[in-house]
Design a protein around this ligand. Structure first.
Ligand SMILES: C[S@@+](CC[C@H](N)C(=O)[O-])C[C@H]1O[C@@H](n2cnc3c(N)ncnc32)[C@H](O)[C@@H]1O
Length: 292
């Protein structure tokens, strides 16, 4: 059923000369419906030099959340939700939001019986929560997928309390082997007749630190900070290639033959050591809502 859905969405995407951001969002959500848990499959295993996952880095970045009402925006299968539910404690609340039914259903199973967690199927640009109802909004590896970003920032601004915190982690492709592998993917798409320039996911404003800063500027936000950090994914070249091929959204558009060629190229870039260490650069973002 889910595969069929994906096939039809691929066909639809192919029939569109220039898909709109809405078309690409549908593709993305259908992708997650067909592969729930895919982000944690890859990033759950990545570690910083101190042994932390990027999910833990984000929780630590947000500061003291005990007793707080916290939104996990685009929660996926609930990896961050789980950490947050422990962090806020029984006196706090986590509201986990996502557009994908299948991701939400895994997250619900994982946190069954936790009275301090609520799940909502909704779009980030239309958060069904009252103004000033959250002390923190966290977003792990999703901000760079929202397009357009302005209405999402408007919702974050509306829902945060004065002095509330928005904290996010986004991908950073400009450096590292991870970026090199992504360029290979773009070449593979061209081989199969796609035009990758029309398939880019997310709003370009989220890929540029200066433009990100401008999104969270005064008067709505009174502080903003963003830093690069590195996590490492370890495994054999073939394990890592499989993980990455699965993880990159656009590989699902490739023919079996092109995907196999890409897999072999990935393996040869990753090397022949029995355990390969693939560095992946990520970017933290933290902004504080002004005290109105
Ligand atoms: C890369 S995954 C990250 C999932 C989770 N935060 C994690 O890191 O494990 C992106 C998530 O964003 C969700 N998503 C994409 N666009 C969305 C939107 N406009 N509103 C809400 N959720 C969205 C997808 O369904 C998916 O679960």
């Amino acid at each position: 059923m889910t595969n069929k859905l994906t096939e039809s969405s691929i066909e639809r995407l192919r029939s569109l000369k220039r898909p709109t951001p809405k078309d690409l969002e549908s593709f993305l959500v259908e992708f997650h419906n067909s592969k729930p848990g895919i982000t944690e499959n890859t990033f759950g295993a990545c570690r910083t030099g101190e042994g932390l996952s990027s999910y833990q880095v984000l929780v630590d970045l947000a500061g003291n959340l005990v007793g707080a009402t916290v939104v996990d925006l685009a929660c996926g299968n609930g990896a961050l939700t789980h950490l947050l539910a422990d962090q806020v404690g029984t006196g706090g609340k986590v509201i986990a939001i996502d557009m994908s039914k299948s991701e939400l259903s895994l997250a619900r199973e994982r946190l069954a019986g936790r009275a301090n967690v609520q799940f909502i199927e909704a779009a980030a640009a239309d958060i069904p929560l009252s103004p000033r109802s959250a002390q923190a909004i966290l977003c792990h590896l999703a901000l760079m997928l929202f397009n357009p970003i302005a209405p999402v920032v408007a919702e974050i601004t509306r829902v945060l309390q004065p002095n509330g915190v928005f904290a996010a982690i986004v991908t950073e492709f400009s450096t590292s082997t991870f970026g090199e592998l992504r360029s290979l993917l773009l070449d593979s798409l061209k081989i199969d007749g796609w035009e990758p320039q029309y398939l880019a996911l997310g709003d370009p404003q989220t890929k540029d630190p200066a433009r990100l800063r401008a999104l969270f500027a005064p008067p709505n936000f009174d502080s903003f900070d963003s830093n690069l950090f590195q996590v490492v994914l370890r495994g054999s070249a073939s394990e890592l290639s499989d993980l990455l091929i699965e993880f990159f959204y656009h590989t699902i558009l490739l023919t079996e033959q092109t995907r196999e060629k890409l897999r072999r190229k990935c393996e040869s870039i990753l090397g022949i050591e029995s355990t390969v260490e693939l560095p992946i650069f990520l970017r933290t973002i933290i902004a504080r809502r002004s005290d109105e």
